[in-house]
Write a protein that binds this ligand. Sequence first.
Ligand SMILES: C[S@@+](CC[C@H](N)C(=O)[O-])C[C@H]1O[C@@H](n2cnc3c(N)ncnc32)[C@H](O)[C@@H]1O
Length: 174
Amino acid sequence: MQNLDKNFIGSIPEFYDTYLVPLIFKEYADDLASRVLAGTSNKILETAAGSGVVTRALANKISSSSEYIVTDLNQPMLDHAQAQQPHRDNLTWQQADALNLPFDDHQFDVVICQFGVMFFPDKLIAYSEVNRVLKPQGRYIFSVWDCIENNVLADLVTQAAGTVFPDDPPMFMS
Ligand SMILES: C[S@@+](CC[C@H](N)C(=O)[O-])C[C@H]1O[C@@H](n2cnc3c(N)ncnc32)[C@H](O)[C@@H]1O
């Protein structure tokens, strides 16, 4: 994967949220939110939150006594997410690298990450970090996409976009 693929900056947050979120991510966000609510969720950490589709699906459903910290590596994605989200006292936005979480050990009941782990350059470190910040018996709920050959829509879109931009084909989904 090219290094550029982890830079969700510039015009990307707005285009991502406007086009990719309704096409791909919204339905999974609703599903993930329901899984969070099915268990203990007094203190929630979200990593790689992107433009906030999961946060929007979850924030207004948790108890006002729950704490929800929303993080992403790229501040522009978080800025976009925060701008879409009504203020809530129990919601905190914080830039954070999933490989080096700026939180103490055993803080969270649940850590969530929708379609972020594929972008983490060292999966073992990223999973270790989750294990470190989770309380004993805490839950890690994440989603990940399969290789592009098994994703018909993503494969077709990538191939079609590649014919339009043959010198710089978008590799985001592959
Ligand atoms: C495909 S997007 C998913 C965003 C959001 N969770 C969603 O479902 O729409 C991947 C996200 O991973 C973030 N990301 C990439 N590398 C990261 C890292 N090392 N730590 C935290 N976030 C990272 C990107 O900034 C981007 O917002």
